[in-house]
Write a protein of this length. Structure first.
Length: 277
């Protein structure tokens, strides 16, 4: 248990010894500094200074004076304290960074390495979308992005989702072949395509590994290519199931499809040629 809890507490600002002290008190309380030292393995020469720091931050409390005994802040209260501290620190960081003069320009194409980093970037794109989200993905990624998609729908963002997989139909407009994800994985590699506000795109393969790579871009040409891939999948889906995709696709193209339909409806002689004769 400590192998997971120690790093988790340290990520929220606890030192290693502070985390050990708090976890020791959770298991054995109330306890004196001498008892805590014995249970946690922290030297007695250090334990009282650690307890003093934890008491100052409200993580432990003194309940007896003779001898002095300590109890830990209950976990539910700890979560509230850590969350409030995190939000306050994040707000301070945002305000400070906004005041920093920076000439940083976002490049045309960024390589995102690692599955978790890919999910983080997708969440960021969805959270900041104001008008539209067009998405092609598999079940695992849908589950990880589900909350952000729900929040975006509440903001009246237009959401269109395509999938080969058996994903739930509870957010946006969904077109899915409803194939079993595990069986599909044996014959088809999973990918993600995400276009937000016609402004940015995330595209690439999806492997749950630190070595996974996807591309994120605001290059308008690449964004258009990613959007066209989603449109192609939707078009083929519509043809297979004889469903009229024109309204959906026209909306994705800002009505440009109607202009193309008008042009194609004119009398032209189509050409079909094979090099093999």
């Amino acid at each position: 248990m400590n192998e997971k809890l120690l790093p988790a507490l340290k990520s929220f600002g606890f030192t290693s010894n502070e985390a050990k002290t708090y976890l020791s008190l959770l298991k054995h309380n109330p306890a004196t500094g001498y008892e805590i030292s014995g249970k946690s393995g922290i030297p007695r020469s250090a334990i009282y200074e650690i307890l003093k720091r934890l008491e100052t931050t409200g993580m432990v409390s003194c309940v007896d004076s003779n001898p002095t005994r300590y109890i830990p802040l209950p976990p539910d209260h700890l979560f509230d304290v850590l969350e409030n501290n995190f939000v306050a620190n994040l707000d301070t960081l945002k305000e400070s960074l906004h005041n920093v003069n920076s000439d940083l320009e976002v490049g045309d194409l960024w390589n995102i390495r690692g599955y978790d980093s890919m999910i983080d970037r997708a969440r960021h794109m969805i959270k900041n979308a104001n008008q539209s989200i067009y998405l092609s993905l598999w079940l695992n990624e849908y589950k990880k992005l589900h909350q952000e998609l729900q929040d975006a729908e509440k903001r009246n963002v237009n959401i269109v989702i395509f999938s080969f997989c058996d994903i739930p139909i509870d957010v946006g407009t969904v077109f899915a072949y409803n194939l079993d994800s595990e069986r599909l994985q044996n014959v088809w590699s999973s990918k993600i395509l995400l276009v937000a506000d016609h402004d940015s795109a995330l595209l690439g393969g999806v492997d749950m590994l630190p070595t996974n790579k996807v591309a994120w871009t605001r290059n308008s040409a690449i964004v258009a290519i990613a959007l066209n891939y989603i449109i192609l999948d939707l078009t083929l889906f519509g043809q297979r199931y004889e469903y009229n995709m024109s309204p959906v696709i026209a909306d994705m193209l800002h009505g440009e499809l109607h202009n193309l339909d008008d042009l194609l409806s004119e009398d032209h002689e189509a050409i079909i040629h094979s090099a093999k004769g």
